[in-house]
Design a protein around this ligand. Structure first.
Ligand code: 6R9
Length: 566
C-alpha cells in the first residue's frame, strides 16, 4: 500500500495541517529544518538508523547514522557561531557531493543562517555573480576548488570566511580557515536557532533566460511541503534505501536530496560521481536502492546504452521510480517499464515552487507523456496568456499557473522584488511553462513559454516534436526550435543526437522525417534535421533550446553560466 492511498480521497480531505500534525508543528511554533531532519529523528528513537550511505567516485563507502549527522551538524553549527556568523547571513556550500555538503547544510540551518548551495563545477565567474548578488559572508569548499575562490576574492569584500573542509597540510591564505569535520571534537548539544515559519532557510539560484541568475529565497516552513510530498509522491517508507541522483546545486538535490528524505527519517544513498550507466546500475544493485528519483536526461542516456546492460545487474530491489526536470517523453516511460519492470513517475515543479506541484502519484494510472495531476492542496490550472483566466477547456494550451500560498513557495527573489512581482498575474503564480489539461484532469506539458515555436501564427510546442523523434530507434536525444523563415516567421528545426551504431546521413534524415510525418501535424514537421554529437544542457540536465535558437537567429546567447561544459 502506498503512503498516499487514494488520491481522490486525499483531495477531498486535504489540509496542510496533515503535514503539520505529523511533524508535531503548530502555528507559531519554532520550526527549524536542521533540527527536524536530525535531532527530531533521534528523539523518535532512530538515532542508530543510517541517514547517509555515501559512495565516492573510487567506490569507497562511508556510513552516517542519524546520531552522526545530528552531532556533526551541531559541530558545524558551533563552528559557524564561533566565527561570528549570524542568523540571516548567507553561507555558500561549494563542494562536490561529499558528506560534508549534506551535513553542513543542516549545520547552517541550525544557526539560522541561510544556506546557498552552488554547483562545485561552476567556474569562477558563475561563482562570483552569485556570491556578489547574495553578499555571501562565508563559503565552504574543498582544496581542489580553492583556486576559483581565490581568483575572485579581491572583488568580494563581504566574504569574510573561506572554510576549507579538507585542507590537510596545505598552507592557507588570508580569510581562509581549515575545518575538518571528522577531526573536530563532536558537539553533542547545540542550541538550535529558534527560527519560525517565515525565517529564511535556503537561497537557490536558478538560471534566468537572459541577464542575471535569480536567487529564489525559501523559508523554514517549506518543510511542511517537502516532508509530505516526499512521503506521498516519492512514497518513502521506513525501510527504503532512497537515491536521488541530483546534485544539491540544483533544487532537486536539496528539497529531495536532503530535506525530504531526512525529514521522513529515511536512509538515503549518495553517489559522488558523474553519469555512467554501468556504475549507476552497480550502485543500485550494491546498496539495494528501493526508491530512485532521477531525470529525463539521465533516463535517455541510460536508454542509449541499451537494455542488455540493464540485464547484467540485479535491480530487483527497485520499487518506485520518479523523474523531474524536463518533459518525460512517453517512450522513456515505456522503456523503463521494459527495463526495470516499473514506470518512471513524472513530477513537475520548479526552484521557485520548492516542492513537487504536479505528478503521477503511486497507484494512479500513468498516461505516458503526461505529468499527472496536482498535489492535494495545490490549486493548479492553465490560463489564457491574454487575460490570465483559466482556459477551462480540455486540450486547450495555456500557461501553467498556481494559486499562491502553498508552504514551500519561494518568498522572494534575492535583491530582485520587481522580477518577483512580475511572476504574479490575476491572482496566479505563473510558472513560465505551457501545458494543456485533458478531460481526466491530467496535465500535458508543451514547452517553456520561451521555447514555443510560432509558425505562421500557430504555436507548436517542442515537446511533441521531440517526443516523436525519440520514438525512432536511432534517436538518443533531440531538441526542436524555431528557425527564421521569411514566409512563416518561424519553421521547425530539429537537432538530433544519435544512439551508438548510427551514423548521420541524408538517408537517415529522410527516414526519420518519414517516421515522424505520421505522428505530427504538417505544421509541427521539422523542415530540417541537424545531426549533432550532443545537445547543450544545463548542469541540472535541461536542454538549452534557447542557446540553439540564438545561434540559429544570430542573437546574443544570454546567460550560459549553468551550461554543462565538461
Ligand atoms: C525541479 C526543477 C524548472 C523548470 C520548469 C520546466 C522544467 C521541471 C518538469 C519540467 C516538464 C517536468 N520542468 N520538471 N518540464 N516536465 N516534469 O527542475 O526546477 O531547475 O527551477 O526548473 O524545469 O520548464 O519550469 P528548475
Amino acid at each position: 500500500m502506498s503512503n498516499i492511498g487514494s488520491y481522490e480521497q486525499r483531495l477531498k480531505d486535504f489540509d496542510w495541517s496533515i503535514s503539520e500534525k505529523e511533524l508535531g508543528y503548530k502555528k507559531g511554533d519554532n520550526i527549524n529544518i536542521g533540527w527536524y531532519c536530525t535531532d527530531r529523528i533521534c528523539q523518535m528513537g532512530n538515532g542508530d538508523k543510517l541517514a547517509l550511505i555515501h559512495q565516492d567516485h573510487l567506490g569507497n563507502v562511508r556510513n552516517f547514522t542519524y546520531n552522526d549527522i545530528r552531532q556533526l551538524s551541531n559541530t558545524f553549527a558551533a563552528f559557524f557561531v564561533k566565527l561570528g556568523l549570524k542568523p540571516g547571513e548567507r553561507i555558500c556550500i561549494f563542494m562536490d557531493r561529499v558528506p560534508e555538503l549534506y551535513i553542513s547544510f543542516m549545520g547552517i540551518l541550525k544557526t539560522g543562517a541561510i544556506a546557498q548551495p552552488l554547483f562545485s563545477a561552476f567556474g569562477d565567474e558563475s561563482l562570483f555573480t552569485r556570491l556578489d548578488n547574495a553578499k555571501t559572508s562565508a563559503i565552504l569548499t574543498q582544496k581542489k576548488h580553492l583556486p576559483k575562490v581565490r581568483k575572485i576574492l579581491a572583488t568580494l569584500p563581504e566574504l569574510r570566511h573561506i572554510i576549507v573542509i579538507d585542507a590537510g597540510d596545505a598552507s592557507l591564505k588570508e580569510r581562509e580557515i581549515s575545518f575538518d569535520m571528522e577531526k573536530e571534537p563532536r558537539v553533542d548539544k547545540f542550541d538550535v536557532y529558534p527560527s519560525t515559519a517565515e525565517t529564511p532557510s535556503v537561497l537557490h539560484y536558478t538560471s534566468g533566460t537572459t541577464g542575471q541568475p535569480k536567487g529564489a529565497q525559501h523559508v523554514h516552513y517549506s518543510l511542511i511541503g517537502q516532508y509530505l510530498t516526499a512521503k506521498w509522491v516519492l512514497d518513502l517508507q521506513p525501510d527504503d534505501i532512497y537515491w536521488c541522483n541530483a546534485d544539491p546545486g540544483w533544487v532537486t538535490g536539496t528539497s529531495y536530496g536532503i530535506i525530504g528524505p531526512w525529514a521522513n527519517g529515511i536512509t538515503q544513498a549518495v553517489l559522488d560521481a558523474g553519469f555512467n550507466a554501468e556504475h549507476w546500475y552497480a550502485f543500485i544493485q550494491k546498496h539495494k536502492i528501493t526508491v530512485w528519483y532521477s531525470a529525463p536526461t539521465a533516463i535517455r542516456l541510460l536508454m542509449k546504452e541499451g537494455i542488455d546492460l540493464v540485464r547484467k545487474f540485479d535491480l530487483s530491489s527497485l520499487r518506485h521510480l520518479c523523474s523531474v526536470g524536463e518533459p518525460l517523453n512517453a517512450e522513456a516511460v515505456l522503456w523503463s517499464k521494459e527495463a526495470f519492470g516499473l514506470m518512471f513517475h513524472d513530477t513537475f515543479w520548479q526552484t521557485e515552487t520548492g516542492a513537487i506541484m504536479i505528478t503521477n502519484f503511486p497507484g494512479m494510472p500513468i498516461k505516458p507523456g503526461s505529468m499527472g495531476k496536482p498535489f492535494p492542496g495545490i490549486t493548479a490550472t492553465v490560463v489564457d496568456p491574454r487575460n490570465f483566466e483559466p482556459v477551462n477547456n480540455p486540450g486547450t494550451v495555456g500557461l501553467i499557473a498556481f494559486r499562491p500560498g502553498w508552504p514551500s513557495m519561494m518568498r522572494s527573489y534575492w535583491n530582485n522584488p520587481e522580477v518577483y512581482k512580475n511572476k504574479f498575474k490575476n491572482g496566479w503564480y505563473l510558472s513560465g511553462d505551457r501545458a494543456s489539461i485533458d478531460a481526466d484532469g491530467y496535465f500535458w506539458f508543451v514547452g517553456r513559454d520561451d521555447d514555443v515555436i510560432n509558425t505562421g501564427g500557430h504555436l507548436v510546442g517542442p515537446f511533441e516534436i521531440e517526443s516523436a523523434l525519440l520514438e525512432h530507434p536511432a534517436v538518443a536525444e533531440s531538441a526542436a526550435i524555431g528557425k527564421p523563415d521569411p514566409v512563416n516567421m518561424e519553421v521547425v528545426k530539429a537537432f538530433v543526437a544519435l544512439k551508438p551504431g548510427y551514423q548521420p546521413s541524408d538517408d537517415l534524415e529522410l527516414e526519420i522525417m518519414n517516421f515522424i510525418r505520421k505522428k505530427l501535424s504538417p505544421l509541427a514537421m521539422p523542415q530540417e534535421i541537424e545531426f549533432v554529437k550532443s545537445l547543450p544542457k544545463t548542469r541540472s540536465g535541461k536542454i538549452m533550446r534557447r542557446l540553439l535558437r540564438a545561434q540559429e537567429w544570430g542573437e546574443p546567447i544570454g546567460d550560459i553560466s549553468t551550461l554543462e561544459n565538461d
